[in-house]
Design a protein around this ligand. Structure first.
Ligand SMILES: Nc1ncnc2c1ncn2[C@@H]1O[C@H](COP(=O)(O)OP(=O)(O)OP(=O)(O)O)[C@@H](O)[C@H]1O
Length: 740
């Protein structure tokens, strides 16, 4: 009667087949001391943390920093959890909590909630019935139909057998008369076994297909979003919509097939009720109503647990993050060398406990209320068994009819238990809803996009780009990073951007490449607003080397060719780009040449040094330029290169990028001094602009910085202003470019 409460899985992925919900968190709880709010160091971890996750500022060692004693977070482990558990109000509220944290919804909200649930359930059903190929779905429906009718046919056959057996025993009828009902029962048993065996495999197939579709769409939405800030603000939804598949707990596919299973279970109970109603109509209806009520109570209790767990997605995500830091290869180096093991484990424990404390609390509350379901079960049993039993005692029911009724009662009764499908539905729906949220967020971008479709595609020639009063503020940040940038980037010029660390140079590049959209002001390309451009068409015009460039676990050739993936087969082009990026030797030195896989995670793979990776990233950008990109963006392109290579870099890139617009960011001013124009940004604005010589002569911030670097690194005195006039600058090539 009490259903099959399945404990909720921990934030880590656990195989669905063997859920071991609290083990991880509980192990942590014993391995590590529970940390109360007084020692909390829950500072935001990554830029992916949603704005609502604001947490007390702390020092890196984990001790509370000033301000750490501000209002505590919603549910810290330790004494706060204990307080919550002691409060009866909260104990009730937790079970009734919705995912949005509201407790005790009013009647209107309840109605709206029920309508939404019904709509979602119908949608799941449609998903299951719409899965392809149709033969698979048809087989699944056939199997469920058999399962639906089976209990009632079984009740009739069992009653028949009982009647024949009674005739044999009571009236000395021939033993052969039980042969037919036994044969029918045997056939039923066989059909059920075969159907169950096939149904399991078919269900897995259908669920797998539906999950695959959800994952594909999630990835497509995340990558397609015109504005790269989307993943930052939707981090939890992405996490929910991606927590899918055989080793994860949220499976829209399992939810859809679960809904199909549940529908047929309900139909099965209705059919059995109809059979019982032939003998006892009122009892049949009452029994069905009591069983459904019991199911609703059990479901509500245990699903509250799922809601609480879902509401703690941020903690679950951060727990995974800390697990990755402690066990992942990349992070492992620093963790070991700085002896951060204890710290990382404590942080992980804290996040896991923040997730788990509410879940544990809810589970205990649910368990303490099982008396309700026990009471309902006893009443249903008394009704279902008592009424036919009494009728048989009074001779109103034959033996066969009594057996038929009792078997029918157990079938109706069984619907009161909450099958595993209820968990599949609830958890899978979290992913479905998260995907909906991502779709809605992407649709906002699409509306702006489609409004401009057709009229705002970038032209074929190098473009004239302007920043017009551009302001940009990161979501959740108080101050704008860029606060009124006015800047022109002329077609074909090399523009260098300099500024202090954190001045907003990379942010400016992200606005230029359309990864972010300005908070106000606009970026124009040949006079047209970039915000109205087809984002993909614009990005196909750009070759870029970011500070944090990607290191793909693919072959060396692919790592270069991904600069223009539509030309992946152009291996001569790959070789050319490698040569120009001074990486041709690298290809020769690798075991399988340019086919070598660049990842030590693979048996046949190798890893490269930071400088070698950077040359590849440069080659990737050069490959992109060779295939039609006419805006080259280089954000700290020489950060990993040695001094000699850095000196060569500019010559190579200038030669390779002739006719291309180049935007170059570098802290090493020797790299950028030969740019056509240099702009310095500070306080969110352009504060200096001009050629190297002009800026040195102006003796402003750029000149001071340049002299400082020259003195510091023993730069050639001849590069200082008096001698520098001979250098090839933008002014030399085109005097008109000396000022914007
Ligand atoms: N995703 C983000 N969310 C919130 N703030 C951000 C994000 N990325 C950058 N910032 C903030 O924006 C400011 C500018 O960052 P940006 O990376 O543009 O600076 P930068 O000039 O390129 O710095 P550096 O020279 O050190 O690379 C910084 O104060 C940074 O903290």
């Amino acid at each position: 009667m009490s259903g099959h409460p399945r404990p909720d899985p921990p934030p880590e992925h656990t195989p669905r087949a063997t859920p071991a919900p609290d083990r991880t968190a509980r192990a942590d709880a014993t391995d590590e001391p529970v940390v109360g709010p007084g020692t909390c160091d829950t500072a935001p971890l990554t830029d992916a943390a949603p704005a609502t996750d604001a947490a007390p500022a702390t020092d890196s060692a984990g001790a509370s920093a000033p301000g750490a004693d501000r209002a505590p977070r919603e549910a810290e482990p330790g004494d706060r959890t204990a307080r919550r558990f002691r409060s009866p109000k909260v104990r009730q509220g937790v079970v009734a909590a919705n995912t949005d944290g509201k407790t005790h919804p009013g009647p209107t909200r309840r109605l709206a909630g029920a309508a939404r649930l019904a709509a979602e359930r119908t949608r799941l059903l449609r998903m299951a019935l719409g899965a392809r190929p149709i033969s698979l779905t048809a087989a699944l429906v056939a199997s469920h139909t058999l399962t639906m009718l089976w209990p009632t046919v079984n009740a009739l056959a069992t009653g028949w057998l009982a009647a024949e057996a009674a005739a044999v025993l009571g009236h000395g009828a021939s033993l052969a008369s039980v042969g037919w009902p036994l044969a029918v029962l045997g056939a039923l048993l066989l059909a059920d076994e075969v159907s169950v065996a096939f149904r399991d495999s078919i269900q897995r197939l259908v669920a797998g297909r539906l999950d695959g579709e959800t994952l594909r769409e999630t990835r497509r939405l995340v990558l397609r979003a015109a504005d790269a800030t989307l993943p930052l603000t939707e981090a939890d939804d992405i996490s929910r919509a991606s927590d899918i598949g055989p080793t994860a707990r949220r499976s829209p596919g399992a939810a859809a097939v679960g809904q199909l299973t549940l529908t047929f279970r309900l139909l099965s109970a209705v059919v059995a009720t109809a059979l019982l109603a032939r003998f006892f109509p009122v009892t049949a209806v009452l029994l069905l109503a009591a069983s459904l009520t019991a199911r609703a109570v059990v479901r509500r209790q245990w699903m509250g647990l799922a809601a609480v767990s879902n509401a703690r997605e941020a903690e679950a995500r951060r727990t995974r993050y800390w697990s990755e830091i402690s066990a992942g290869r990349a992070a492992g180096k620093e963790v070991r060398l700085f002896a951060l093991g204890g710290f990382v484990v404590r942080r992980r424990t804290r996040e896991a406990l923040a997730w788990a404390s509410d879940v544990w609390l809810t589970r205990r509350t649910v368990l303490s209320r099982q008396w309700i379901t026990i009471l309902l079960a006893l009443s249903s049993a008394a009704l279902g068994m008592g009424v036919p039993g009494l009728a048989a005692l009074h001779g109103e029911l034959s033996t066969g009819e009594l057996v038929t009724c009792l078997v029918a009662v157990t079938v109706v009764f069984r619907i009161s238990s909450m099958g595993m499908e209820a968990y599949d539905i609830t958890h899978g729906l979290e992913a479905v809803r998260a995907l909906d949220a991502l779709r809605a967020a992407a649709a906002v971008g699409d509306t702006a996009q489609s409004a401009a479709e057709g009229k705002a595609r970038p032209g074929p020639a190098p473009a004239d780009i302007r920043f017009e009063g551009v302001r940009f503020r990161y979501p959740g940040a108080r101050q704008p990073v860029l606060d009124g940038i006015d800047l022109r980037i002329r077609a074909g010029e090399t523009l260098a951007i300099v500024g202090d660390s954190g001045a907003g140079k990379t942010t400016l590049i992200k606005l230029l490449t359309g990864l972010y959209t300005p908070t106000s002001g606009r970026v124009t390309v040949d006079g047209a607003d970039l915000a109205g451009f087809d984002a993909e068409a614009w990005r196909r015009r750009i070759g870029v080397v970011f500070q944090e460039f990607n290191r793909y676990p693919l072959s060396l050739a692919d790592n270069v060719a991904l600069g223009a993936p539509e030309h992946r087969q152009d291996l001569d082009g790959v070789d050319r780009a490698l040569r120009r990026a001074d990486a041709a030797d690298l290809a020769d030195s690798l075991p399988a040449g340019r086919a070598t896989r660049l990842s030590s995670e693979f048996r046949d793979g190798v890893d490269l040094s930071g400088g070698q990776w950077q040359r590849l990233a440069i080659a990737r950008a050069l490959f992109a330029i060779d295939h039609g990109r006419d805006l080259l963006v280089l954000d700290e392109p020489t950060a990993h290169l040695d001094v000699t290579s850095e000196a060569e870099f500019h010559d190579r890139i200038t030669a390779a990028a002739r006719g291309t617009t180049v935007v170059l960011i570098s802290h090493r001013l020797s790299t950028i001094r030969r740019a056509d124009r240099i702009v310095r940004i500070a306080d969110g604005r352009v504060v200096e602009e001009g050629g190297h010589d002009a800026l040195m002569a102006a003796d402003g911030g750029y000149a001071r910085l340049f002299r400082l670097q020259a003195a510091r690194f023993g730069a050639d005195r001849a590069t200082l202003p008096a001698q520098g006039r001979g250098a090839t600058t933008g002014q030399d090539r085109d005097p008109a470019r000396s000022t914007p």
